[in-house]
Design a protein around this ligand. Structure first.
Ligand code: IMP
Length: 429
């Protein structure tokens, strides 16, 4: 087995950081392929607790090469800050590489993310304001500054001049904000070049080389399938493709040359969402609050309280289908430990009619009423358990039912934030 992917299967925040941290021990390469610093992967290990926004969660293992792939948009300031924090805790960061094709999130992208959201008023998407959307807009509009430009004076000056001219038109004419100076942006990039230039390279040969030697490469997803720009609850989505197909584009692998041997979908044992957009199983009651408090469901990037609700098997099945998961990592089972009854959404009804599929329209999803089945809770602690057969029978039944509804075997059950608070159901890899 040589290629593993760990992908978010809901609306992000499923606990991918812990799962990658766990599996990275055996990986030679861990590569991020999409998103940017809108992601916040919480990792709790012997070095301490970290919230990684850009650096792959494999950084804690001395033998693991970490790659920020071409599909990622990189905020140099966030990255430099993250590197500083890791170095302060004596984590060796010398094996980190940034794809020369990755686009940079510039200071004006942060500014535009905020201005665009403010201008939308009550219709705001609730973005993380990490500049990620505006950076992907520039990438598609061919106005981006790429990491590789930092290494080429001429490319850097040209790309900055083109981008700043266009930004100034928008900033002054649309938002009435003072224009940017090309020289200031250029000077800022020279600082980034000094700090990050040595990490920038063509990362495709690094990944292909590892796969060619039969080494283990782990593709680390960010966000989740329901936030995918194509398959998510558009327009309440992020601007990239966190799904399995996006992983190939985002690191430069061909699907006819390589196959994902283990495609692990990370599913939280309940559902959360942060930001706007429909969420049929959202609980605006004390059970939702209990889950939020017990699960510390507050955004790792923005600190916003996450919306919490029951497990949505319709959405999870859709996600498994789009991604082709070979196994599921079920996280945060322990958060449900105290509940007497637990509901699972097994279907939707719209205007009294059963809906066969997860709808492509966010408006239809917003009108979808969940159809629930109810299971008894287990009402005892599970964080100390390490084998599936040791789980209380109600917890086991819950895990089995989710697996059945999603039509995917459960490979890992996570019962706490620490590495060891894990039940390995099947060997991965
Ligand atoms: P953006 O990606 O910052 O543009 O935000 C677009 C939507 O995706 C918003 O609803 C965000 O809250 C959501 N989002 C982006 N990244 C994450 C994440 O890592 N976890 C959960 N939600 C996210």
């Amino acid at each position: 087995m040589s290629l593993i992917s760990v992908l978010g299967a809901q609306w992000g925040d499923e606990g991918k950081g812990k799962i990658v941290d766990l599996l990275a021990e055996k990986a030679n390469v861990v590569a991020r392929f999409s998103g940017g610093s809108n992601a916040g992967h919480t990792v709790c290990n012997p070095y301490g607790e970290f919230k990684l926004h850009l650096i792959p969660s494999g950084i804690f293992y001395p033998h693991t090469v970490c790659i920020i792939g071409n599909g990622v948009v990189v905020s140099p300031d966030v990255l430099l800050n993250e590197l500083k924090q890791l170095r302060e805790k004596n984590v060796d960061t010398s094996r980190l590489y940034i794809s020369s094709r990755a686009h940079l999130v510039m200071s004006y992208h942060f500014l535009l993310d905020r201005l665009e959201e403010e201008a939308k008023g009550s219709k705001a998407l609730g973005t993380t304001r990490s500049g990620v959307g505006p950076a992907y807009m520039d990438k598609a509009a061919r106005l981006g500054v790429r990491a590789g430009d930092l290494l080429h004076e001429e490319d850097l000056r040209r790309s900055i001049a083109v981008a700043v001219e266009q930004k100034n038109a928008i900033l002054s004419k649309v938002y009435g904000v003072p224009p940017l100076s090309v020289e200031d942006v250029y000077d800022q990039c020279c600082h980034y070049r000094e700090q990050l230039g040595p990490l920038v390279c063509d990362t495709v040969p690094v990944i292909k080389g590892a796969l060619g030697r039969g080494e283990l490469v782990l593709l680390e997803g960010a966000q989740g399938a329901l936030l995918d720009i194509d398959f998510g609850t558009y327009p309440y989505v992020t601007s990239s493709s966190p799904v399995a197909a996006g992983a190939f584009v985002g690191v430069g692998l061909s699907p006819s040359q390589y196959r994902i041997d283990c495609n692990l979908g990370v599913l939280k044992s309940y559902t959360t969402r942060v930001g706007g957009g429909p969420m049929p199983t959202e609980l605006a009651d004390e059970t939702g609050e209990l889950i939020r408090q017990k699960g510390s469901e507050f955004g790792a990037t923005t600190g916003r309280p996450r919306r919490c609700g029951w497990f949505d098997a319709v959405a999870a099945r859709f996600s498994a289908d789009i991604n082709g998961f070979t196994a599921v990592a079920l996280t945060r089972l322990d958060v449900l430990d105290s509940l007497a009854r637990i509901k699972i959404c097994t279907g939707y009804r719209v205007d009294g009619e059963a809906l066969a599929e997860f709808p492509s329209s966010a408006t239809v999803l917003a009108r979808s009423e969940p159809v629930y089945e109810e299971l008894p809770g287990w009402q005892c602690a599970t964080s100390h358990l390490r084998r599936l057969e040791d789980l209380p029978k109600e917890a086991r039944a819950y895990v089995d039912r989710l697996s059945e509804l999603v039509s995917c075997p459960v490979g890992i059950v996570s019962v706490g934030p620490k590495r060891e608070e894990t039940i390995m159901v099947m060997p991965i890899p």
